[in-house]
Design a protein around this ligand. Structure first.
Ligand SMILES: NC(=O)c1ccc[n+]([C@@H]2O[C@H](COP(=O)([O-])OP(=O)(O)OC[C@H]3O[C@@H](n4cnc5c(N)ncnc54)[C@H](O)[C@@H]3O)[C@@H](O)[C@H]2O)c1
Length: 339
């Protein structure tokens, strides 16, 4: 019997591969095209909810298979927003990558950095198709891990951006992101004292927060702007979410499932905390349909477009495929004999 060896990749190993935004966007785009073509298997995230520190805590199981790419695996990912109290990241977990011929596990890798790469890639991919022509100004609210990834990927996919407004309740997070972004963005970056000065009139708005504040108000969301939020629709007031002429998600079944589980959710102080304030808006298109050219992203300079990617396991497994093969080529990681 052949030995079964697993490649173990730590977060440092994944970071050391130094995958470029273009490499990541390319493989995630393949996954989105397979989504549009229907050549995938994926299920709405199932999970458990150890609510000790926060009612919103979750650990999700995210299996996925992409037929054409030949990638399959499972992400087991936790989101604990209060983890800063333990000096730990919000998002932690493991990505398992399996052989599609034999089913054997080929690799186990840290999934936190991967999640940042894939989430930012998806937001940047949809932004490229829905942002106004010659978009100059980006408002980025939430400058933690995901916000940091988003700035890098959005700047890469929307090269016309010249002004970035950052907003975070933690001044240090804004200052650190400004410093880090200087290595790849040569436009102006300003730190904003409040949500209004950040969002009002921006061409592109991205929210990467982990709180329960409804940050985006309709009066700041100008005609013709594009907004993407990765915390479900939680960062929008119902009015701002529902005034958009087009509403885009990554996967309709996922969005409906999250809408359903958010319906009875409450914040820590007992307020309703729905996934989509005012309910799930009518979906115009999936991101895959935009990428595959089945639907047009932007039709006019006037329309407001909102995209809410919930986070698809097929994008994670596509990235795991890239990471596994790149690590093999470069001799990165440790081998573990499983059987
Ligand atoms: N949709 C997806 O695919 C996907 C994937 C990964 C993470 N997420 C979500 O993205 C969010 C961010 O994750 P992260 O790992 O970057 O967390 P993080 O803790 O590193 O960053 C969150 C940042 O938001 C800031 N923030 C919180 N409330 C704010 C407010 N009202 N105004 C301004 N700033 C505020 C915090 O200070 C922090 O800097 C989480 O909600 C997470 O669940 C979504």
């Amino acid at each position: 019997m052949r030995a079964i060896e697993i490649l173990l990749l730590s977060r440092d190993d994944v970071v050391a591969l130094a995958l470029t935004p273009n490499e990541v966007v390319s493989v995630v785009t393949e996954a989105l095209c397979e989504h549009a073509a229907g050549t995938f298997e994926m299920h709405p995230k199932i999970g458990v909810h150890p609510t000790g520190t926060d009612p919103a805590n979750f650990i999700h199981a995210m299996p996925a298979y992409l037929h054409t790419l030949g990638a399959c695996g499972l992400k087991w990912v936790a989101g604990f927003a209060k983890n800063y109290q333990h000096d730990l990241p919000n998002v932690t977990g493991l990505q398992v990558y399996n052989d599609t011929e034999t089913g054997v596990p080929l690799a186990i890798m840290d999934c936190s950095y991967l999640t940042g790469l894939r989430t930012a890639a998806v937001s940047a991919i949809v932004a490229k198709r829905c942002a106004p022509r010659d978009a100059h100004t980006l408002a980025l609210v939430g400058c933690g891990f995901e916000g940091t990834m988003h700035l890098r990927f959005l700047a890469n996919e929307i090269p016309t951006l010249r002004h970035v407004r950052l907003r975070d309740v933690r001044h240090q997070a804004m200052a650190e992101l400004k410093e880090c972004a200087a290595s790849y963005f040569d436009g102006e970056i300003v730190l904003c004292p409040d949500n209004e000065s950040c969002i009002d009139g921006a061409d592109v708005i991205a929210t990467c927060t982990n709180g329960d504040e409804q940050i985006i108000r309709s009066e700041w969301f100008k005609m013709g702007a594009f907004a993407v939020g990765i915390e479900g629709g939680c960062a929008y007031t119902a009015e701002a979410l529902h005034q958009a002429e087009k509403f885009v998600v990554d996967d309709i079944a996922l969005a409906e499932y999250f809408e359903h589980i958010g319906r009875n959710r409450k914040t820590e102080d007992g307020r309703p905390d729905p996934e989509f304030p005012g309910g799930l808006p009518k979906v115009y298109a999936t991101i895959g349909e935009l990428v595959a050219g089945k639907k047009q992203g932007r039709d006019s300079d006037q329309e407001r477009i909102v995209a809410i990617p919930i986070g698809m396991a097929i994008c994670d497994v596509a990235l795991a495929h890239l990471v596994y093969h790149t690590a093999l080529e470069r001799g990165v990681g440790h081998r573990f004999r499983l059987a």
